[in-house]
Design a protein around this ligand. Structure first.
Ligand code: NAD
Length: 460
């Protein structure tokens, strides 16, 4: 397989789809089982790969990479049988006695392009959905997390038949070459900038796409929030993975009245995050330089602010900003820096939100139902989590995805199954009756009958 060209590999996968190599429930469960066993048996190697890539602590690798994939597999082992069953739907009165069903038809051969920041999670969770959907799959992990890409390659190549799942490692140039081929769906996770390229390429062949992109997810506090608990959660989510999380709380908006309590809680909490060897470092020098340059603004660093270019370490940092024009508000930070704005009125929230609308996630810290509802209603986002951060991704019954610049389409659990299948409508007509009124010649009598029938059904 190593010596095959990209298009030969794709041909193999297409043949595998035609030959129904991952079609029946039994086949799909078998392939999910192979993946589950491989992940469990190679847990240590996966943890070491991520540690080598960006010093990700083993605990975080287990919590945010290994466990979510195993949990997704478990979800499908339990539910796939039901998802695959054709779903009977109600038939409108005027079509009776016909009947209708929805079939979940596998899409075909799909391409999954992963990002580096959760290199196991973001390649294997879509893979689980694609297999569960009955597809054959080409996987392209990110080249930036080199060791993780290699272990994913080792796992995939050693367990899957080459006409069911294949993997190609490489950068944007390789991805461009891959995109010359025709796929039945493209599932992309990564930056908005590259997302636009993928979307254009897909449009040339009218290929459906899912774009899981990034953005600036705000954490909006209300003065009713249980401050200590909420700040603890906020900091955990911000500094997880060295801040390199697509749904990390990017910036926080805190009522001015809570400023001194907020800072004093941060002072107590931040000490748990300052142990250098327990923090992920920034993945490469380019991102390190980009992130540290954001600190050159007119703001006040309250905690942290230390960095070392050689080791690519940036200490967990909390910065007070004074307006929406601060450098830290100019782009997704994707690093362990939390800008905080202490707001006077709710119009400040709108100002900050409107600077970067449609975030991937929006976090509300509040015990006030009225405030929470108002924020949900007025500020569109991919998803919302109330009184916590990031954990909504673990809820298999909640679809995960963005809107606007944070992407479109969604996945996880049943949403993944829907993404990787086509809903085929099937209506069945009976043969024991065939009312004549719809056929030619169209007489006045037939028109009157049709109108009466419709009036009866719709109670005009
Ligand atoms: P990236 O866009 O640089 O890379 C993602 C993938 O695209 C990689 O596999 C890469 O090889 C490929 N690629 C790079 N340049 C390409 C090109 N010119 N043509 C075709 N393919 C190309 O993204 P990244 O730096 O790996 O990830 C960081 C971004 O991803 C952040 O914005 C983050 O918020 C976002 N993200 C989103 C999610 C989500 O679930 N929505 C998850 C993780 C990361």
């Amino acid at each position: 397989m190593e010596n095959l060209t990209i298009s030969e590999k794709v041909k193999f996968l297409k043949k595998g789809f035609q030959d129904k190599k991952n079609f029946t429930l039994k086949q799909r469960l078998f392939h999910l089982d192979l993946l589950e066993k491989a992940i469990i048996s190679r847990e240590k190697e996966i943890q070491e790969a991520l540690q080598n890539d960006f010093n990700k602590p083993h605990f975080e690798t287990f919590l945010s990479e290994i466990f979510p994939v195993l949990d997704e597999i478990k979800h499908f082992k339990k539910n796939l049988r039901f998802y695959m069953q054709p779903e009977r739907v109600k038939t409108p009165l005027f079509l009776l006695p016909a009947s209708g069903k929805k079939y979940a038809e596998p899409k075909g051969t799909v391409l999954i392009i992963g990002a580096w920041n959760y290199p196991i999670n973001l390649t294997l969770i879509p893979l689980v959905g694609a297999i569960a959907g009955g597809n054959t799959v080409l996987l392209k992990p990110s080249e930036i997390a080199v060791n993780s890409s290699k272990i994913v390659n080792d796992i995939i190549s050693s367990i899957f038949p080459s006409d069911v799942v294949q993997i190609i490692e490489g950068d944007g140039v390789i991805t461009t070459e891959i995109l010359q081929n025709e796929f039945d769906h493209i599932f992309y996770t990564g930056s908005t900038q590259v997302g636009k390229i993928i979307y254009q390429k897909a449009a040339e062949k009218l290929t459906p796409v899912t774009l899981e992109l990034g953005g600036k997810s705000p954490a909006i506090f209300h003065d009713s929030a249980k401050l200590k608990r909420c700040v603890k959660r906020l900091l955990w989510g911000k500094f997880l993975n060295g801040g390199q999380t697509c749904v990390a709380p990017d910036y926080a908006l805190i009522p001015k009245s809570l400023k001194s309590s907020f800072l004093s809680i941060c002072k107590d909490e931040i000490k748990f995050y300052l142990t250098e060897n327990e923090n992920s470092v920034i993945v490469n020098q380019k991102h390190f330089d980009r992130i540290t340059a954001l600190l050159n603004g007119n703001h006040e660093v309250h905690f942290g602010g230390d960095f070392n270019r050689e080791t690519r370490y940036i200490s967990p940092t909390i910065v007070e900003i004074f307006d929406t024009e601060d450098l830290l508000m100019s782009e997704e930070i994707f690093g362990p820096i939390l800008p905080v704005y202490f707001y006077d009125s709710e119009s400040d929230i709108a100002r900050f939100y409107n600077k970067n609308p449609n975030p991937l996630s929006l976090y509300i810290f509040s015990d006030s139902k009225a405030f929470t509802e108002k924020i949900i209603e007025n500020f569109p986002s991919g998803g919302v989590l109330i009184n916590d951060v990031i954990m909504h991704l673990a809820h298999a019954n909640l679809p995960f995805g963005g809107r606007g610049f944070s992407g479109f389409g969604n996945y996880h659990g049943e949403a993944s199954f829907q993404t990787f299948t086509h809903t085929k409508s099937v209506m069945k007509q009976v043969n024991w009756i065939d009312p004549n009124f719809r056929y030619r010649p169209y007489t006045e009598k037939k028109t009157n009958f049709l109108k009466k029938l419709i009036a009866l059904i719709h109670k005009f």
